[in-house]
Design a protein around this ligand. Structure first.
Ligand code: ZN
Length: 455
């Protein structure tokens, strides 16, 4: 068991590849230097946060022409931001903005225009490159274009340069392990319930790449290559006869793959139990649910106890609108795997940002990172609402230096000034986040559910 002040030192030792040799700006300072992301005093956290977000705002204002135009229209410049209370004046982009992309070579131009960092030379081959082609050409130039998809086959695309991508991975590791610091030990085995980060650009896959550096061994549930084309076709959004046929074939193949995946995970559990190993499940909750259902049918239970942990992410939409409450899920995990509720946490994040809201073990409220991200909850007119009220979640993310990470989401949240269950400083969200009605269903796990469950 790790004391909180030890956990940073320990994971920093493992994450040297994600940490710059020298801290060169207030954003890096707010992410890499604090001893805690969730437990600093408000005064200390606000100092980091103010400098980081002001730096990011100035950076985008100076380096991104469409964002600067937006600021000029709103008559706001970096000089107007004098304290944290002024953050509300920083112009925000609606999440739809990142879904409104053209195709072919224009897609590459659109991505380039989003970016606020110097763009290396990107060679786009062919007259009509596909989305996956363009993503690959950007990757060759060191820019990771991550995406997630909604139910209509529209994607959200976000370009991250090397620095931003590294900071995002470091941030998820810090945030998740801080809340699991009572459990964390490198000498553990993880099962990643997401696609292999090396074979996809789906954001949940990409950002969890860091897991390979945090524990001694990682198995991956979905090991096939996943592209935007495969996702779209498996969602049933098809444009040609050939694609229609592919969609049918994919559905049949998917059933078999699901079956094999569940069996592999069951076998792994058996082996881990025999060897008395420490285990971590990280990823889409519905995959673990599929496994637990099968274990129940077979009358198998385990007692991993304190040796086990579960970190879910990506939403709970098991059957479209029918969500499984997090509390019920934790009960099931305790019953079937013997893992206690304080080791079963959920994480809320999205492709557009690098904020990782994580359940506290005491009360399972979603804590918001305090040093590098500023949360806002907005009403229908985009005006901030008070603590305890419901509204649209928005955030100012300083880590996003390659694109303006000042974004209004389509998620409905309620924010509290303090956690009702624990002593950590800073605001929290209610344990579960919902989509606003009329916004299409989208969660990091939603696209996974679709390719796995359709058919
Ligand atoms: Zn708490």
């Amino acid at each position: 068991m790790l004391e909180l002040h030890d956990y940073k030192e320990k994971i920093d030792g493992l994450l040297q590849n994600y940490i710059p040799s020298q801290i060169s700006n207030p954003v890096e300072e707010a992410l890499y230097t604090p001893k805690s992301i969730f437990s600093l005093s408000r005064k200390e956290a606000d100092e980091y946060k103010f400098k980081a977000i002001k730096h990011a705002f100035k950076h985008h204002y100076e380096n991104n022409s469409f964002y600067r135009d937006m600021c000029k229209e709103n008559e706001i410049s970096p000089d107007d931001i004098k304290n944290v209370d002024d953050f509300v004046k920083i112009p925000r982009l609606p999440h739809h903005f990142f879904k409104d992309y053209p195709s072919g070579r224009d897609f590459a131009i659109w991505l380039t225009n989003l970016m606020s960092t110097e763009i290396p030379e990107i060679v786009i081959k062919g007259k009509k490159p596909s989305y996956d082609d363009v993503i690959e050409y950007f990757q060759e130039a060191g820019i990771t274009v991550c995406y997630s998809s909604g139910t209509t086959g529209k994607f959200t695309f976000i370009p991250r340069d090397k620095k931003t991508y590294k900071m995002g991975q470091y941030a998820i590791a810090r945030c998740a392990i801080e809340m699991l610091s009572h459990w964390y030990d490198y000498d553990s085995n993880a099962y990643l319930l997401f696609p292999n980060p090396k074979k996809t650009n789906i954001y949940v896959g990409k950002v969890t790449n860091v897991l390979f550096d945090l524990v001694k061994d990682v198995d991956v549930a979905i090991d096939r290559k996943i592209t935007t084309e495969l996702l779209r076709i498996s969602m049933g959004v098809t444009f040609t006869f050939r694609e229609k046929m592919m969609s049918k074939i994919a559905r049949t193949a998917t059933k078999k793959m699901n079956e094999n995946m569940v069996l592999r995970i069951m076998k792994w559990l058996e082996e881990m139990d025999k060897k008395n190993e420490r285990i971590l499940f990280a990823g889409a909750p519905f995959i673990l649910n599929m496994v637990m259902e099968r274990l129940m049918e077979s009358g198998i239970t385990y007692d991993f106890g304190e040796k086990g942990a579960v970190l879910t992410g990506g939403g709970w939409k098991i059957y479209e609108e029918k969500r499984m409450p997090v509390e019920e899920f934790r009960k099931k995990v305790k019953e079937i795997l013997g893992i206690p509720p304080e080791n079963c946490l959920d994480l809320y994040a999205m492709v557009e940002g690098n904020g990782f809201m994580v359940h506290c073990p005491e009360g399972h409220y979603l804590h918001i990172p305090t040093t590098y991200l500023h949360p806002l909850v907005l009403d229908e007119n985009d005006e901030p609402v008070g603590y305890g009220e419901e509204g649209k979640f928005a955030f100012l993310d300083s880590i996003a230096l390659s694109y303006p990470g000042f974004i209004v989401t389509g998620d409905k949240v309620r924010i509290h000034e303090r956690c009702p269950a624990c002593n950590r400083e800073g605001p929290v969200l209610e344990p579960e986040v919902e989509r606003i009605k009329g916004e299409e269903i989208r969660g990091c796990a939603e696209e996974m559910r679709r390719i796995l469950m359709e058919g």
